[in-house]
Design a protein around this ligand. Structure first.
Ligand SMILES: Cc1cc2nc3c(=O)[nH]c(=O)nc-3n(C[C@H](O)[C@H](O)[C@H](O)COP(=O)(O)OP(=O)(O)OC[C@H]3O[C@@H](n4cnc5c(N)ncnc54)[C@H](O)[C@@H]3O)c2cc1C
Length: 532
């Protein structure tokens, strides 16, 4: 490597929501990170409209997410699937509209730039080197590093068009992550093929800013009309999205004209008097999963590794989850843990993403039926009570968890760990804000971990920089290393799992629980093996 090549722990190609999460978490963990984004600015328009408690907690780990949450709209209505006659075919209270395990409301509708701002500010606050307007154009792997050539892009005034300048830079890193979206250059550079799950649809997507609020009934709906499937949903408190399927033989040029959007919006009472078009675009929905998510020192994540249609609102969330899964593993491997730990990233994430992709395809098939006879048959079956609702993947099964004899995570391992409101020596608030994240966390009830740990357990927790806390009753005065469980979230969790202690990974998934604190050293022994 020539001396002028700057070296990073990790280079991330792309700077969408998935990359921003990874860059911010790695930077917070103290890693030297560089992000390359081909556009000279953040995209600043939404693709995703739905965000859940897990992603909000991940964003909380790198910044103050509360102001963004205040712009979001809590999804308290059901997601309705209705036919062209207004008959309800299916309603999805997909997730119970409640305060969820992560310490936030279960589901929100959002204006994506507000969410991304938290991640981007986190990246910069923790010192990441974010290079906007730099496109990754070539990658070379060596035994001990990976090098990337980036080109600075210029932009045509008043347009999205980019062209490459004469300005090139060569950078090197211990690992490179391609979080560069569905048409990933990183994936292509490693010749990684994708499995095609067989979907290829075009939809017109129109996002509008609300000038004068209207009431929509239903508020969030797939309108399963064979004449033209369409969708209506809010985007946070200030915007609204409508989508229409592009029909066979239709001109996408014609549908891209604002006059066409206003014509299609008439049925909803949406006019230039009450809304302003913020963005009108044709999207192609596909379902493809890369056959491998790692080649040596190069990994891919988010849409670069998997794309799914948006019917279940899980694409961006999957990118964010990939990043939270990968950040702490890269950090440990950079700190000396065996590289094999990186293989658990795909092992854990692929089945979860695949199930969400299949589910999105199944849901799309319901709404996108264009044959009037088949649509009428579908309506008859669903109105007669056939349950066509699909079930989300519950958890992660295999990987760096406390495993049963069958090699599957011993539940609740592989499910999300809790976050509650607590009072501690540092004050009162959400647990992560007071004790810090992302971090390995050991929570106990009815005793302190320190009283039962053996020397190897103590050494492991110290090496991991783990947060170790005893939860105590809401009315107790918490001392050092204690948290008063103000809303009983931890007491309920321990009761539900018959547990006295729980070890939670930095991505908030439970590594394992113990029924008795005396079993904690053995569980930490399993953690040591899983990490090495
Ligand atoms: C209409 C629609 C609705 C959706 N609704 C939802 C929803 O409700 N909920 C949800 O979770 N998801 C939803 N999604 C999916 C979601 O938008 C994507 O899954 C998400 O944007 C993927 O994030 P990412 O960071 O992996 O990739 P992207 O957001 O695609 O970001 C990739 C970035 O990499 C940059 N890049 C590409 N190549 C290079 C290069 N060579 N060098 C440097 N930079 C590069 C790109 O400019 C881009 O900024 C929706 C998608 C669509 C189209």
């Amino acid at each position: 490597m020539s001396p002028e090549v700057e070296h990073f722990d990790v280079i991330v190609v792309g700077y969408g929501p998935g990359a921003q999460t990874l860059v911010a978490q790695l930077a917070k963990l103290g890693r030297k990170v560089c992000a390359l984004e081909r556009y000279p600015y953040l995209y600043n328009l939404p693709r995703a409209g739905h965000v859940d408690h897990e992603a909000i907690r991940i964003a909380q780990s790198v910044g103050d997410v509360q102001p963004a949450v205040e712009t979001m709209w809590e999804v308290r209505d059901t997601y309705v699937w209705q036919n062209q006659h207004g008959q309800v075919l299916m309603e999805q209270p997909a997730h119970a509209p409640v305060d969820a395990i992560s310490g936030w409301f279960s589901d929100y509708s959002m204006w994506q730039p507000n969410f991304e701002r938290v991640l981007d500010e986190g990246s910069r606050e923790f010192g990441a080197d974010v290079r906007l307007g730099w496109e990754g154009v070539a990658i070379e792997q060596a035994e001990d590093r990976v090098e990337v050539v980036a080109c600075r892009n210029d932009q045509e005034p008043d347009s999205d068009r980019l062209w490459r300048s004469e300005d090139y830079a060569r950078l090197s890193a211990s690992y490179l992550v391609g979080a560069d979206g569905a048409n990933s250059f990183v994936r292509a550079s490693q010749a990684i093929p994708r499995e095609d799950l067989g979907l290829n649809e075009e939809w017109l997507v129109v996002d509008l800013e609300t000038i004068a609020p209207l009431t929509f009934d239903p508020n969030i709906a797939q309108i399963c009309d064979p004449a033209r499937p369409r969708l209506v949903m809010p985007l946070g408190k200030t915007h609204r999205r409508f989508e229409w399927m592009v029909l066979p033989g239709e001109s996408t040029m014609e549908l891209s004209r604002p006059e066409e959007a206003w014509r299609l919006l008439e049925e909803f009472g949406v006019t230039p008097d009450n809304h302003r078009i913020a963005r009108q675009v044709i999207y192609r929905f596909q379902a493809k999963i890369a056959r491998s998510w790692r080649r040596g020192r190069v990994l891919i994540s988010g849409d670069a590794a998997h794309t799914m249609p948006p019917y279940a609102g899980q694409g961006m969330l999957s990118s964010v989850r990939d990043s939270a899964n990968l950040a702490w593993k890269l950090d440990l491997v950079l700190g000396g843990a065996p590289e094999k730990l990186l293989d658990t990233y795909e092992e854990e994430r692929r089945p979860h993403v695949r199930r969400w992709t299949e589910l999105s395809i199944e849901e799309g098939a319901i709404s996108c039926e264009l044959d009037p006879r088949k649509a009428a048959e579908r309506d008859a079956r669903m109105l007669a009570g056939e349950d066509m609702s699909h079930h989300a993947p519950p958890a992660l099964d295999r990987g760096a968890f406390a495993l049963g004899p069958d090699g599957v995570a011993r539940r609740p391992a592989g499910t999300l760990g809790p976050q509650g409101l607590v009072r501690a020596a540092a004050g009162e608030g959400r647990f992560d804000d007071l004790f810090g994240s992302p971090a390995f966390t050991v929570l106990t009830r009815g005793g302190k971990a320190a009283d039962v740990l053996d020397a190897p357990g103590r050494e492991l927790l110290e090496r991991l920089g783990a947060v170790v806390v005893e939860t105590v009753a809401a009315d107790a005065e918490p001392g050092e290393g204690e948290a008063a469980d103000l809303a009983g979230v931890y007491a309920d969790y321990f009761d539900a799992h018959d547990a006295a202690g729980v070890v939670v990974r930095p991505d908030f998934y439970v590594f394992g629980v113990v029924a008795d604190l005396g079993e904690l050293p053995a569980l930490l022994g399993e953690l040591r093996s899983a990490l090495s």
